[in-house]
Ligand binder design. Structure first.
Ligand SMILES: *Cc1c(COP(=O)(O)O)cnc(C)c1O
Length: 459
């Protein structure tokens, strides 16, 4: 609405889910049983769940209606063709291969193009992406633009890839060792920060010069395109859909989790132009996911995604989406809580290293902070720091670049008063942050340890 300051939720609520309030004693018990790992909690013991924005959003009435249209034919379902058309309206790649979620697309892609000796450069590989690159035997290299590594530095496109560093890496290892460059939009692990069109163009030109395919990790493509429209000179007159199409035109393929900007609860895809790669990917798909026209999804899921893709590029939605996340960030900043600025598209990232300066990275300040937010107010968040990234493939420990706690905001799910409550909880914890104790890991798996590790408080 023109002339009004308040950006309202552009929807009303038709169906509600109750939230259960718990006592501090209950939460203390739940934490102990979970080994201080918030992924191990039962979600009905969580009041406000900001663990992730992945698959946790609300679907629209149109999406629920689309579920009824879902056609569950094994092969050639009309649901697939509606899905394929919706994907290709935005991302006009020759092959669109549905998968049950983003990591399945990654697993298939890197099984085909990865392997020992290969190097996959990126602005920042997301955790599952890095794990799938490494599982193939390849090495992932994060080449984030320097501003992106400084939580307090304001820059409109902190997700940009450092093009000079990419040129250097390609020169060092040789283009034949680089099967593709992967640009993550927005950069989830680096704070949900966008990549500019200018940067994508520069990366694309470099890739073309070296005959290296460019792929997008497109999970939050619409939020990224909205930031381009808002922040990049000369882009404001364009529609987001048009900007997305240009982003796609600069790339040769993409991986996608429909649990983010697909506005769906499950799903994903791998899309690409190369016929040879696509054939090998489809053969792997059949081994583990399913026939190429459903790829591990029900027909109704494909229909929900098709509708979600048309809703996610609507400007009223994206204005509300980015504004509501920014609202949380600004409220925390006003209370002196250090966060990554500017606020990204899907989450506010608390700077745990700045809030808990008394804790060294390998006593996991981010995890200690996340645990305390749950203990205080039943708010579940996610550490993005040395728990997630500290363990190296050889088993050694190395501090992550940043110690962050992510407050991810599910799409179209919480109201402003829920967010106001979260602000209060963080404020209470921030006031006593310097008295929080560090943690140590008492049990962990070999890879992706943050999902299942158990912790213990240091004395
Ligand atoms: C969520 C996510 C993935 C993985 O997708 P899943 O659907 O969770 O498997 C990959 N990359 C980024 C940037 C993500 O945010």
């Amino acid at each position: 609405m023109q002339g009004y300051r308040t950006i309202i939720e552009p929807f009303r609520i038709k169906s509600v889910e109750p939230l259960r309030l718990s006592s501090r004693e209950e939460r203390e018990e739940r934490l102990a049983a979970a080994g201080l790992n918030l992924f191990r909690l039962h979600s009905d013991d969580v009041l406000i769940d900001l663990l992730t924005d992945s698959g946790t959003g609300a679907m629209s009435a149109e999406q629920w209606a689309a579920l009824q249209r879902g056609d569950e034919s094994y092969a050639g379902s009309p649901s697939y063709f509606r899905f394929e058309r919706a994907v290709r309206e935005l991302f006009d790649f020759r092959h669109v291969i549905p998968t049950h979620q983003g990591r399945a697309a990654e697993k298939i892609l890197f099984s085909v193009v990865g392997g020992p000796g290969k190097v996959v450069p990126s602005n920042t590989l997301f955790d599952t992406t890095r794990a799938n690159v490494e599982a193939s035997g390849a090495t992932g290299v994060d080449l984030l633009y320097p501003a992106g590594r400084k939580p307090s530095e304001r820059h409109p496109f902190k997700g940009n890839l450092d093009v000079a560093a990419l040129e250097r890496v390609v020169g060092e290892v040789g283009a034949s060792k680089v099967p593709l460059v992967l640009v993550t939009v927005t950069n989830n692990s680096g704070g949900g920060q966008p990549v500019s069109l200018e940067n994508l163009k520069a990366v694309s030109a470099l890739c073309e010069r070296h005959h290296i395919p460019l792929f997008l990790d497109g999970c939050r493509f619409a939020e990224n395109a909205w930031f381009i429209r808002e922040r990049e000179p000369g882009q404001h007159q364009r529609t987001v859909a048009d900007i997305v199409r240009e982003m796609a035109s600069l790339a040769d393929g993409m991986t996608m989790s429909a649990k983010k900007d697909g506005l769906a609860n499950i799903g994903g895809w791998l899309a690409l132009d190369d016929d040879g790669w696509a054939e090998r990917c489809r053969n792997l798909l059949i081994l583990t996911e399913g026939f190429p026209t459903y790829g591990g999804l029900a027909g109704r899921d494909l229909d929900a995604i098709a509708v979600g893709l048309r809703e996610v590029v609507q400007h009223d939605y994206l204005r509300y989406r980015t504004r509501s996340v920014e609202y949380l960030g600004q409220a925390l900043e006003q209370r002196g809580v250090p966060i990554v600025v500017p606020v990204g598209g899907h989450a506010v990232y608390l700077d745990a290293a700045a809030m808990l300066p008394h804790l060294p990275p390998l006593s996991f300040p981010g995890q200690a902070l996340a645990v305390e937010l749950y203990r205080e107010g039943g708010v579940r968040s996610c550490e993005i720091g040395s728990v997630m990234f500290g363990r190296q493939p050889d088993g050694s420990e190395r501090p992550a670049a940043m110690e962050l706690v992510r407050l991810a905001v599910p799409r179209r799910t919480y109201t402003q008063s829920h967010i106001d409550f979260v602000v209060e909880v963080v404020e209470h914890v921030a006031a006593r942050a310097r008295s929080l104790k560090g943690l140590r890991i008492v049990e962990q798996p070999a890879a992706l340890r943050h999902f299942t590790a158990r912790f213990e408080a240091l004395g």
